[in-house]
Design a protein around this ligand. Structure first.
Ligand SMILES: Cc1cc2nc3c(=O)[nH]c(=O)nc-3n(C[C@H](O)[C@H](O)[C@H](O)COP(=O)(O)OP(=O)(O)OC[C@H]3O[C@@H](n4cnc5c(N)ncnc54)[C@H](O)[C@@H]3O)c2cc1C
Length: 409
């Protein structure tokens, strides 16, 4: 049909992973289209300086060094760091039910920071600004409303405004509820944690010391993630408080004063009093993993392929791992002169990513189970184990380096 636009690759979803993938694929010389439901105006809206808790976006990402290296290679890391961001050099993890405590320090691992906390909208804004300057076709402010498989692995995407796009390869980066994954009939294994993640921004009396704080309790972990300080002597953190659903509902129903009092107690006043709290949001937590990430002419990346518990802040880092490997495989394919969507390329992408993602998901699940139990012998082992590990500099730092993507840099 004459009104169909043709591409080598169509990326559906211009969030943190989709925008990065589209940019990298375009830089390799593929003819790329990117479809994103949000308008460009909305995404590129300038940020106001953050003077109060309500000026920050409640959803943030703890970007590992490997994710930062990818963004650097794409040419957007300097744009991210030109905005609000907070590198953290320390991480402290402890057990609410005992004396176990682990402390990770960047210098001991030979790096200047363990990661950087960035508000999600700052990351997407930097990526989409680069996308809008790149030689690719951006379809912003419009959703994909249907997907059909044409002959010989080619795919047709229908936009809600009636336009039709065709490509040899569709990269689905349309998030955890991925419609493309569902249309393609790619099944998932999933289970509900029966927990919700409460996220908001808080102001504390004491500075966060560029440290990520995480306390585990039997009903779930609480993280205080350090935020950039643009307001002189004021101190802000983003919190992710994962709790069993009934407990999360109770916390969400509290007024600010009562919520703040419980939050201060839960973090054991590590940063003194909590002076202010922003509007709170609660997300149901669900582990989800696609049984296959690929089929002819289609690849899933990011949350479209997997979602994990936010307890170690690894969600987007796994997604950036997918983007890095997909870009490596597509660069090899480009050199070979074969069309996008080549089955052996997609198979290699899936093989390289599935094992790593599954290992991280299993580790998160193990962690969650370990801290959910409050039988005395288990509590003792857990606390003794944490104290032991904290004293084993070499082993501790190697484990942390792996989890934080430091070895991959
Ligand atoms: C409570 C909570 C806390 C978290 N904390 C962290 C953390 O600290 N660190 C971390 O790394 N991760 C964290 N995560 C996970 C992280 O938010 C996700 O891993 C990340 O957002 C995935 O990015 P993505 O680009 O794959 O998907 P998304 O961010 O979901 O982006 C999908 C994009 O696709 C677009 N889209 C969807 N459908 C269509 C369509 N039909 N047509 C066109 N466009 C479409 C959407 O508009 C969106 O822009 C957390 C998650 C939760 C729930």
């Amino acid at each position: 049909m004459s009104d169909v636009q043709r591409f080598d690759i169509l990326v559906v979803g211009g969030g943190m992973t989709g925008a990065a993938a589209a940019l990298g694929l375009c830089q390799q010389g593929w003819r790329v289209g990117l479809v994103e439901a949000a308008t460009l105006e909305e995404t590129l809206r300038p940020l106001e300086p953050a003077a109060t808790v309500d000026d920050f976006e409640p959803r943030v990402s703890a970007l590992s060094l490997a994710s930062q290296a990818l963004l650097h290679a794409l040419g957007v890391w300097s744009d991210v760091t030109a905005e609000r961001h907070c590198p953290y050099a320390d991480m402290t993890v402890w057990d609410a039910d005992g004396t176990g405590r682990i402390h990770f320090e960047a210098p001991a691992m030979g790096v200047s920071s363990l990661g950087t906390i960035v508000e999600n909208r700052i990351l997407v804004r930097a990526l989409m600004a680069a996308v809008s300057d790149a030689a690719l076709d951006l379809f912003a402010g419009v959703s994909v409303s249907d997907w059909t498989e044409e002959a010989a692995g080619s795919h047709c995407i229908q936009l809600e405004d009636g336009r039709r796009l065709e490509a040899d390869l569709v990269v689905a980066a349309d998030g955890p509820q991925s419609r493309v994954r569902q249309w393609a009939g790619l099944p998932t294994r999933e289970w509900d944690y029966d927990q919700q993640g409460i996220v908001c921004t808080v102001e504390t009396v004491q500075p966060h010391q560029a440290t990520a704080w995480q306390r585990f309790s039997p009903t779930g972990p609480l993280a205080f993630l350090p935020l950039a300080n643009e307001a002189g002597s004021r101190h802000f953190c983003s919190i992710v408080w994962s709790q069993d659903t009934a407990e999360a509902r109770r916390l969400m129903a509290l007024d600010d004063a009562a919520f703040t009092a419980e939050l201060e107690a839960a973090i054991e006043r590590q940063l003194g009093a909590v002076k202010a709290v922003s509007r709170r949001f609660a997300f149901p937590l669900r582990q989800r993993h696609a049984k296959d990430y690929v089929k002819p002419g289609l690849a899933l990346i990011g949350d479209a392929a997997h979602t994990i518990h936010p307890l170690a802040g690894q969600g987007v880092n796994l997604g950036y791992g997918d983007v890095r490997v997909l870009l490596e495989e597509m660069a090899r394919l480009r050199d070979s002169g074969l069309p996008a969507g080549e089955p052996s390329t997609l198979a290699r992408y899936q093989r390289r990513r599935k094992g790593e993602n599954l290992a991280m998901m299993a580790a998160m699940e193990g962690f969650k189970q370990l801290f959910a139990r409050d039988e005395l012998p288990l509590r003792w082992i857990r606390n003794a184990g944490m104290r032991w590990l904290d004293g084993q500099g070499g082993i501790k730092n190697r484990l942390a380096a792996q989890a934080m993507g430091i070895e991959a840099v």
